[in-house]
Write a protein that binds this ligand. Structure first.
Ligand SMILES: [Zn+2]
Length: 248
């Protein structure tokens, strides 16, 4: 293998390590972001429940006023009952009183239901708040683990970046440009090994995209130190030196 390809492979090796280290940090950061979204959802739920409590409490207060008014009304009816002068009048007031007492019981049921709804919502809010507090504490730990990891890996990243720059210096500028284009296009994998599809047939493919590679390209890779790219995926092709790929 020519010097240029060797230098490119060295570069690829370092780039891959760098990418993997950065990927670890990225993954942690994404988990922090997911956690932040969970916290925001919880906070929204709590605010919604809070508003429901406010409405339920207003309903409950209003019903309580109705109940008191009904109580007063019944008290007055009882007084009137005592002051009736005729049997007919007495019977009429008594009927009215019984009807209104039945209504009062219905209102009382509604008051109790409204109060119990408020209680349920308060319980729900308290549970959500407890969950939120726990999640906030966990968030603190997650954030700390990200900064710990960043601190731990930053020296490694600096070292790898220095190695990468040194390796890039050993690559001719045109080849470096080709490398960087392919790297950016294929998630950091700028190079692809050429594979022989059958041991006894001179048929080759690019392992990056599985499309065929011409014999002309194979010959060129074997005889000259120049960069050959896959015509389909633009990755830089190289031969596996241990497999002894033969074009003839
Ligand atoms: Zn390809």
């Amino acid at each position: 293998m020519g010097a240029t390809l060797e230098a490119l492979q060295r570069l690829q090796h370092i780039e891959s390590q760098l990418r993997s280290v950065r990927g670890q940090i990225e993954a942690k950061r994404r988990s922090v972001q997911a956690h932040q979204r969970r916290l925001a959802t919880l906070e929204r739920q709590i605010a919604d429940t809070h508003e429901l409590i406010r409405q339920a409490q207003a309903d409950s207060d209003r019903l309580e006023l109705d109940r008191k008014a009904q109580e007063e009304h019944i008290k007055r009816l009882r007084e009137r009952l005592n002051q009736t002068k005729t049997n007919k009048e007495y019977a009429a007031v008594l009927t009215q009183l019984n009807t209104d007492k039945a209504d009062a019981l219905k209102i009382e049921d509604r008051v109790l239901a409204a109060m119990s709804k408020v209680d349920d919502l308060r319980k729900r809010e308290a549970e959500s708040r407890a969950t939120l507090e726990k999640e906030k504490a966990r968030m603190g730990e997650t954030q700390k683990s990200v900064s710990d990891l960043e601190a731990k890996l930053s020296a490694q990243i600096k070292e790898l970046e220095a190695q990468r720059d040194a390796a890039a210096d050993g690559v001719p500028p045109e080849a470096l440009k080709t490398f960087e284009r392919a790297r950016d296009k294929h998630d950091g994998e700028a190079m692809a090994q050429v594979e022989q599809t059958h041991p006894r047939r001179a048929e080759y493919i690019c392992s990056g995209c599985n499309m065929s590679v011409t014999l002309e390209t194979i010959n060129s890779l074997q005889s000259r130190d120049e960069v050959q790219v896959c015509h389909i995926c633009s990755r830089i092709l190289y031969l596996d030196s241990t497999a002894g790929v033969a074009a003839r």
